[in-house]
Design a protein around this ligand. Structure first.
Ligand code: NAP
Length: 304
């Protein structure tokens, strides 16, 4: 099947690119291998997206998706098996179909980083989880830990403090990456305790997890902390490796491109969290989507 533009990924960047490309008159396919919406579907409350005082991540991404579909974008839930972006005619082969297009936007986002400690694999789904909004309700009135010092960890700690009896925030440094406003709210919560300069050494239990062993990064002292659950929020890894033949990756694996979202391969653009950038926010993902779609439309007009 032939399209003008294929967008890989249906998160905020991919869906915004779909909307802008459709508005530019392009025939657009957006391919997603998981659920539409990307990582934001797991965010309970978005309070900083212009125009919405408060909206859940799920509601936000459903609105984006329905806007794209109403504008005529084809959205397919398929696994990508083979890619060739070298030629003028780009080819994407999925588990169901072969698609061709004049241009491609990579908007594949990031996936959650794991802790990599002893017991993480064993107790995954038995206390260890990666999504506070999905699993928080299973820990009502329980004692939980959350690992990380970024916006996800801090916002999730606040969210969990409304559900759980007590929340321990385990962070490897004594300063947070998260916004000052969120850190302030977290520090005001009586049922949140900070475990700073601490890393999770191992997770222990029988059938379910029962405690974590923490190592103090300054003194090297090890302590046991009894927990019913452990939420891991230690950042993300870019979904970019399969494109490395056609784009440059930085040392962390993000696709190198400036604010114009252009890669080193003609007709290949990159948008959203998978791109090298300083600020990864919903609004910057949406902004990338618009820029990449308009750049792709201009490119397609030139080659036609
Ligand atoms: P992040 O900002 O990369 O933070 C990851 C945190 O995990 C850091 O504090 C890091 O510690 C820690 N960490 C990394 N690897 C670790 C390991 N192996 N063991 C222990 N700790 C580890 O990730 P994020 O919080 O998921 O946020 C990702 C992006 O989304 C950010 O740009 C964030 O601002 C954005 N975001 C925005 C919102 C919002 O605007 N409402 C909400 C959520 C996320 P160090 O600090 O020591 O490096």
């Amino acid at each position: 099947m032939n399209y003008d533009l294929i967008i890989l990924g249906a998160g905020t960047a991919g869906l915004t690119a779909s909307i802008y490309a459709a508005c530019s008159g392009l025939k657009v396919l957006c391919i997603e291998n998981q659920t539409c919406g990307g990582q934001i579907v797991n965010t309970p409350d978005i309070i900083n997206y212009p125009g919405f005082k408060n909206i859940s991540g799920l509601d936000f991404s459903q609105k984006l998706q329905s806007q794209a579909v109403d504008l005529g974008v084809d959205i397919k839930n398929e696994q990508i098996c083979k890619i060739d972006l070298e030629q003028k005619n780009k080819t994407i082969i999925t588990d169901n179909n072969e698609y061709n297009s004049k241009a491609v936007i990579i908007a594949t986002g990031t996936r959650r980083r794991e802790l990599g400690c002893k017991g993480e694999e064993q107790f995954r789904g038995r206390g260890v989880t990666y999504c506070a909004t999905c699993d928080g309700r299973f820990f009502k009135n329980k004692i939980v830990g959350i690992v990380g010092g970024g916006n996800t960890a801090v916002e999730d700690a606040i969210y969990l403090s409304n559900i759980c009896k007590h929340v321990y925030v385990i962070h490897r440094r004594n300063e947070f990456r998260a916004s000052e406003r969120s850190v302030k709210i977290m520090k005001q919560r009586k049922n949140i305790t900070l475990k700073l300069n601490s890393v999770v050494d191992s997770i222990e239990g029988k059938n379910l997890m029962e405690n974590v062993i923490l190592t103090d990064t300054i003194t090297n002292e090890k302590t046991s902390l009894p927990l019913n659950g452990l939420f891991v929020a230690v950042g993300s890894i870019p979904n970019s490796r399969e494109f490395s033949k056609w784009v440059d990756l930085d040392e962390q694996g993000y696709i190198v491109a400036g604010e114009d979202c252009e890669t080193k391969t003609c007709g290949v653009f990159v948008a959203g969290d998978v791109r090298t950038k300083k600020i990864r926010q919903l609004v910057t993902a949406a902004s990338d989507g618009a820029i990449a779609a308009l750049a792709a439309a201009e490119y397609i007009n030139h080659i036609n």
